[in-house]
Design a protein around this ligand. Structure first.
Ligand code: ZN
Length: 291
């Protein structure tokens, strides 16, 4: 994989049709996410698909703010979550029951045993929007495609792959018909059929231009400027404090009495935050004072 451009997302379009696409390939940003916990390989792969998916979706959501994909279930895997902001900062996490034997190969649906997938758009200014689908599909790709059809968005297809070192994805979307391009009526069928032939090693091992050439050598493709993506955590002292305050004064007081301070580690980036009584007492009001 010499000179392979990674940690990037790149948009493309087909000159003869109203179909657009995205391709993402990440290694460093993905590795930064999975190294935070001692994930079994099968979870590194599932989490990698989420990371690739959030990168693809983030680039088509035209708002300043944070996009989140979260799956919740009742299997040995309880939560899979990834987030990406408008500056291409990615973070993600999986929570699982490590007292159970984790199989080497398992589908998302089996790992979560039912549950749901939620996609949340949180603009910096404005109202939060959330779409939810039941986990009916076996894979994240199927669940996302179901989400797109259920939420009556534009027809979309997603291909995802991850191997513990790299994660990658391909996304195609049919835009509303434009007069100039409406003459290529079977384009969507043809382009998605060709994309369906993509192999995991191609998604994870080929430069975007090379991948698209391999899939679409008879099509005229326009490649747009790539954007870099990186690991980045949105935690802060203030946000952590807000989360602590939401626990309620009684619980905070108990922790202060037992431990002398309230310590919180960010699950995404391992940053440690510590708050002492002097800082908390004022916020809790007089009744919360210990001494
Ligand atoms: Zn953090």
């Amino acid at each position: 994989m010499n000179n392979l451009t990674i940690n990037e997302i790149q948009r493309f379009s087909f000159d003869s049709s109203n179909v657009r696409g995205e391709r993402v390939l990440l290694n460093k940003a993905y590795q930064e996410i999975i190294k935070r916990k001692d994930y079994p390989l099968v979870l590194e792969k599932l989490l990698g698909e989420f990371v690739a998916a959030i990168a693809l979706l983030r680039d088509i959501v035209k708002i300043d703010g944070v996009l989140t994909i979260q799956a919740k279930g009742n299997g040995f895997l309880s939560t899979l979550m990834t987030e990406c902001d408008e500056h291409q900062n990615l973070r993600g996490i999986a929570q699982w029951d490590d007292s159970q034997v984790v199989p080497d190969v398992i589908s998302l649906k089996e790992a979560l045993k039912g549950g749901y997938l939620a996609i949340t758009i949180q603009p910096r200014n404005g109202q939060r929007y959330q779409g939810i689908v039941e986990l009916v599909g076996d894979t994240l790709s199927e669940c996302l495609e179901q989400y797109f059809s259920q939420s009556e968005q534009l027809p979309s297809r997603v291909w995802l792959a991850a191997n513990g070192a790299q994660c990658g994805g391909l996304f195609l979307q049919r835009l509303p018909d434009e007069q100039a391009k409406a003459n290529d009526e079977d384009a969507w069928e043809r382009l998605t059929h060709l994309a369906s032939t993509v192999k995991e090693e191609e998604l994870l091992g080929l430069e975007t231009g090379e991948l698209l050439h391999r899939l679409y050598h008879e099509e005229e493709i326009r490649l747009y400027e790539a954007k870099s993506m990186q690991f980045g955590c949105s935690c802060s002292r203030q946000r952590t404090l807000d989360a602590i305050m939401s626990l309620g004064s009684e619980e905070i007081r108990e922790v202060l009495i037992e431990q002398g301070s309230v310590k919180v580690d960010c699950q995404f980036c391992a940053e440690e935050y510590e708050f002492f009584e002097s800082e908390l007492a004022e916020l809790l009001g007089d009744e919360a004072k210990i001494h």
